[in-house]
Write a protein that binds this ligand. Structure first.
Ligand code: G1P
Length: 289
């Protein structure tokens, strides 16, 4: 079945990026000249997704405003002949069918995804975490959809992380299938060193069977007292096939200051109008350090 729906989670509080995120949602912080969430939605669209549900909360109205029309601004740009700017603001409003639902309580990623059950219905769907931005040749969500279709399975995006970092992620128990695809046998969320299955961490991308909703409904709070998507997937992988895709590309955790700054540098270097200037600026800086 063709995968056309995606869920983007943007309900987090952004506590790792304070004070900036006190009034600006972390998903709206810019990497070069586009907010974080635009990169994520562009990845979904480039992966063949047409309908996107963003899970927000009461502090994130700037996100739905961003994907709306701005008639006053557009009229001004039109009459000033600023066609490039006009096109840039219109493009964000026409990017996809974007829907919103609020996660009324901060009860974890599993609870956020569960809020999408009415939007998704009985189809497989993609999940993109709102602060994990990817830079890759082939869109990472597309890499997962291809594996999910090839194996008739749900899929999670993974990469190896340094052994001392796995406790920040979910750790996967995997066996090789072919190429970059592995079978998932088990997983655990934020394991202590002695509990980890491997250094393969789930990194921000999923393609899931709708079966996950019934499972999440019955999943008790886990790590941090929150309903964890990982705990739901742990049950799912015992009932139906789940594969892990060691995806090609680089992932940035833009919810952390370091990840955000790395992404700022890398996306600026790739940027059409400032990339070459940024390269020279960094070279010059390096000589001064
Ligand atoms: C979440 C997930 C975790 C995953 C991580 C990176 O954790 O719960 O399983 O490995 O994202 O995508 P968080 O970063 O929200 O603590």
């Amino acid at each position: 079945m063709k995968i056309t729906k995606a869920v983007v989670t943007a309900g987090g509080l952004g506590t790792r990026m304070l004070p900036a995120t006190k009034t600006v949602p972390k998903e709206m912080l810019p990497l070069a000249d586009k907010p974080v969430i635009q990169y994520i939605i562009e990845e979904a669209v480039a992966s063949g997704i047409s309908d996107i549900l963003v899970i927000t909360n009461r502090a994130k109205s700037a996100v739905d405003d961003y994907f709306d029309y701005t008639p006053e601004l557009e009229d001004k740009l039109l009459s000033a002949g600023k066609t490039a700017e006009l096109e840039a603001v219109r493009r964000t409003a026409d990017i996809a069918n974007v829907f919103y639902v609020r996660q009324k309580e901060t009860r974890g990623l599993g609870h956020a995804v569960w809020r999408a059950r009415r939007f998704v219905g009985n189809e497989p769907f993609a999940v993109l975490l709102g602060d994990d931005v990817m830079m890759s040749e082939a869109p990472v969500t597309r890499q997962l959809i291809d594996a999910a279709e090839a194996y008739g399975a749900s899929a999670v995006g993974t990469q190896r992380v340094p052994p001392d970092a796995i406790s920040k992620y979910s750790s996967l128990k995997v066996t090789p299938l072919s190429g970059r695809v592995m079978r998932v046998e088990d997983m655990n969320e934020k394991p202590r060193p002695e509990e980890k299955f491997s250094d393969y961490a789930i990194l921000g991308r999923y393609v899931l069977s709708h079966e996950i909703f019934d499972i999440l409904e019955e999943t008790s709070p886990g790590y941090g007292g929150e309903i964890q998507l990982t705990d739901g997937l742990k049950t799912l992988c015992k009932r139906s096939p789940v594969v892990a895709v060691d995806f090609e590309g680089r992932r940035y955790d833009t919810g952390s200051l370091r990840g955000f700054l790395e992404a700022t540098v890398d996306f600026s270097l790739k940027h059409e109008s400032v990339g070459a200037w940024m390269r020279e600026f960094i070279k010059q800086k390096a000589t001064e350090l």
